[in-house]
Write a protein that binds this ligand. Structure first.
Ligand code: GLA
Length: 415
């Protein structure tokens, strides 16, 4: 496999970091995991909807080699102040404990914890160096890291897991059970299954993934991530947790009332939807608003999928924008900086659609943009964003992304 210039630069950086930290990776492998961009349904995973997204070219690289010691020794170029994270297999801090709250080491600890819990006998430790360029909040940095560490530790131990959903579940468990973040499976699925220049369609009822090619003749477009420069706290400390609870509450109210539903995605029929909102709007207006977004986004989903297949990127963009308005006004999961970016993007001709991304409150927004308009969008952000959000004038960033495969391994780069 030919190495890309970006990978080469990352590996050079990793070599320097390995010397700096005294972590020996010579002769090892490099595993690269992508970020993801959700095209629909954002906040659909824990509500049971179908999902559609792509892998994007912001990455985490992990260079590692088995060290024959039963110990894991890892250094991150992104968190150099945490030093080398070192632990013996089988000896990691308790899940959700104080000891792990403020270190990136909670990811490798959590991976070891979950793999062991799932019955994998890890004997071989690794020495490794991590480096990544995925911005926080919206592009699934944590899922990318968890997946990378799981795949690498399994590989170092000669263990093959054929069922990719098993890997997805374990990566989610690292966050849910060890770290305490109540994430769903969108991020892990969209990264692990991602293929170059393809959309990934996930159907949760049949636990099935299909790849969807962007139809021929599509307008040349770019996926642009508008990082607001804000820091999003863990999902457990944010509106995300509240929204999840609200959605579950509505499901249980409906069940108590005799509706045959196990998640909000089960409400697909317009008549049923109208009956529910007629019945509950007075007593639970907020919950009905959440349902309004999920219901609308689900209806738009199939139109979006057809548009993608037909190469009608303009329609994909319009639906992306409509979803964003629902996330802002009905699901109420956006934030002022995220919307400041959207408001700027919406004024630029050639921007096909824009909305907040991921967990919510803070982090990054995203836009689908005609290739010829990317510079105009950048210029508009450079003028408009510092004015609207002066606190973040030195922190925001614009990332123009390509659609890439989720996982790539280089066997012989570290000579
Ligand atoms: C975060 C979570 C995902 C998903 C998205 C919203 O990224 O980790 O599971 O719920 O938010 O779509």
């Amino acid at each position: 496999m030919e190495i890309t210039p970006r990978d080469e630069a990352a590996v050079d950086r990793i070599r320097q970091l390995s010397e700096q930290a005294g972590v020996n990776i010579s002769g090892g492998k490099v595993r690269r995991t992508s970020s993801r961009f959700c095209l629909s349904v954002e906040h659909g995973d824990y509500n049971g909807t179908e999902l559609f997204g792509v892998g994007t070219d912001r990455f985490i690289w992990l260079a590692y080699r088995p060290n024959g010691s039963g110990k894991v020794r890892l250094f991150s170029g992104n968190f150099p102040n945490d030093g080398v994270i070192e632990f013996a297999l089988g000896e990691v801090p308790e899940p959700k404990s104080e000891a792990i709250a403020n270190t990136w080491g909670r990811f490798p600890y959590g991976v070891e914890y979950v793999l062991r819990r799932e019955g994998f006998e890890l004997k071989e430790g690794i020495d490794g160096v991590v480096y990544g360029d995925i911005p926080g909040g919206g592009m699934s940095r944590s899922a990318s890291l968890s997946l990378n560490l799981i795949l690498s530790l399994l590989d170092a131990n000669g263990i093959e897991v054929e069922d990719k959903f098993k890997i997805v579940g374990m990566a989610q468990a690292v966050e849910n059970d060890y770290i305490g973040s109540p994430c769903g499976q969108l991020d892990q699925i969209m990264i692990l299954f991602a293929r170059e220049n393809m959309g990934t369609h996930y159907d949760p009822k049949h636990r099935r993934v299909d790849y969807v090619e962007l139809g021929a003749g599509a307008t040349d477009f770019r996926i642009v991530v508008l990082d607001t420069g804000t820091v999003r706290p863990g999902l457990e400390k944010s509106t995300y947790k509240i929204r999840r609870a609200e959605c579950e509450k509505l499901v249980s109210l409906l069940q108590n009332d005799g509706y045959d539903v196990s998640c909000l995605a089960d409400i697909k029929d317009k008549e049923v939807y109208e009956k529910i909102t007629g019945q509950f709007n007075g007593s639970h207006g907020d919950l009905c608003d959440r349902l309004k977004y999920v219901f609308g986004a689900q209806q738009r989903f199939y139109e979006m999928l057809d548009a993608w297949k037909a190469g009608e990127v303009e329609t994909v963009g319009r639906i992306f924008r409509e979803d964003g308005i629902g996330l802002r006004d009905d699901y109420k999961i956006s934030g002022p900086e995220l919307e400041a970016m959207c408001d700027i993007a919406r004024t630029v001709p050639g921007v096909l659609g824009e909305r907040m991304l991921g967990g919510g409150d803070k982090g990054a927004s995203g836009a689908l943009v005609e290739a010829g308009s990317v510079d105009k969008l950048k210029a508009a952000v450079d003028t408009g964003y510092p004015e609207k959000c002066p606190k973040y004038k030195d922190k925001y960033a614009v990332h123009v992304c390509k659609v890439v495969e989720g996982v790539r391994v280089y066997d012989n780069l570290l000579g």
